[in-house]
Ligand binder design. Structure first.
Ligand code: 13P
Ligand code: SF4
Length: 345
């Protein structure tokens, strides 16, 4: 494909969400990236939160965390460029020790992954011996290594049920844990207080043990936001990511992973949608569904996902940076937890 053909393709898709001169600049960058991708025998994986110019030009595969985990597990390319955040790129490395895994920015973290350490998990395991540990993929490799199985927002309830255990430790997202507890009919406790990791609650009536991690984006959406939008647009269909609070999920019409939200908009007949998640995904859905109106609250952004740009992706391939490494002993243990999740779907 020539630069002009790529520009035409991007222009046809993006003309409603970006000015033309910017599409031209982005098409030139994307073309260079795609050329280098071939030369380096690389695959580019793009999370659903990538900004529209990137999302619609360079990834070989786009999707939610679970989709991209599966793609990372099955690629035969030598280099994986992960347009997403650190824990996602780390998961790709956990599954592909012999491949080069690159992330375009060294600053693409995640407030959930930062909320818990491997020591925290070891303490919980000491306090609740024998109780299976389920870790959200939004954790770093050393936390995964202390876990029995991982989950994503797309399969969390299924993973909890798959353990067939009376009690599970579910880390680190407080809201996802509460939402899954409700979905699976379990009583949840939070034995460690947010600012006092030495305190353990003595309440013994529980089936799920949670942690006080929060997504700094989804925790900000409120029931009041939904009520205000419904007042202005009574026909609006509200979709919320399960990292939102249980009250927000209760007030919404649908909750699911980023992939599930995309599918729901595609399949639903409503004319107008409110998306309570990273705002770039609203643009990407609007591009794919020009007949549907997307309302998104763009003052609430993920500063980590937004680190990933076309410019830095080009630098990543040109300069072979930033290389993602996971110590072998941690990788092997973390791999079991990730592979168990992939095996159950
Ligand atoms: P998904 O697994 O739904 O794509 O979510 C990832 C994420 O980081 C949401 O904030
Ligand atoms: Fe982490 Fe939240 Fe950003 Fe997702 S949106 S990467 S959970 S901080």
């Amino acid at each position: 494909m020539t630069v002009d053909q790529l520009y035409q393709m991007m222009q046809a898709k993006l003309h409603d969400v970006m000015p033309d001169f910017e599409i031209r600049i982005k098409a030139e960058l994307a073309w260079k990236i795609n050329e280098l991708k071939q030369k380096r025998n690389a695959v580019i994986l793009g999370h659903n939160y990538m900004e529209p110019a990137l999302f619609y030009s360079i990834p070989d595969f786009t999707g939610d965390s679970l989709d991209l985990c599966r793609k990372a597990a099955s690629t035969d390319k030598e280099v994986i460029v992960f347009c997403g955040v650190q824990f996602m790129a780390e998961t790709a490395k956990i599954l592909n020790p012999d491949k080069t895994v690159l992330i375009p920015s060294a600053k693409a973290g995640c407030s959930l992954a930062d909320s818990i350490t491997a020591d925290d998990v070891r303490e919980l395991k000491k306090r609740f011996p024998g109780v299976p540990v389920i870790s959200y993929v939004n954790t770093y490799a050393d936390v995964k290594a202390e876990s029995d199985i991982c989950c994503t927002s797309g399969n969390a309830a299924m993973v909890v049920e798959s353990t067939q255990a009376d009690t599970v430790i579910f880390l680190p997202d407080e809201y996802l844990a509460k939402n899954v507890a409700r979905e699976t009919g379990r009583h949840i406790i939070f034995p460690v207080k947010p600012n006092n990791r030495n305190h353990f609650d003595s309440d013994l009536d529980y089936q799920m043990i949670g942690w006080h991690g929060k997504c700094e984006v989804h925790e900000k959406f409120t029931v009041e936001d939904i009520e205000n939008i419904r007042k202005q647009f009574p026909d609006v269909f509200v979709l919320a990511h399960p990292e939102c609070s249980p009250e927000v999920i209760e007030a919404a019409d649908f909750s699911g992973s980023t992939k599930a939200m995309i599918k729901e908009v595609e399949n639903s007949k409503a004319k107008r949608y409110l998306l309570l998640t990273e705002c770039a995904m609203g643009d990407n859905i609007a591009v794919a569904n020009p007949d549907k109106e997307m309302i998104r609250l763009c003052n609430i952004r993920c500063p980590h996902m937004n680190q990933i740009t076309l410019e830095d992706t080009l630098n990543a391939l040109e300069l072979n940076r930033y290389i993602v490494e996971v110590p072998e002993e941690i990788r092997q243990r973390a791999r079991q937890a990730v592979e168990r999740m992939i095996a159950i779907g």
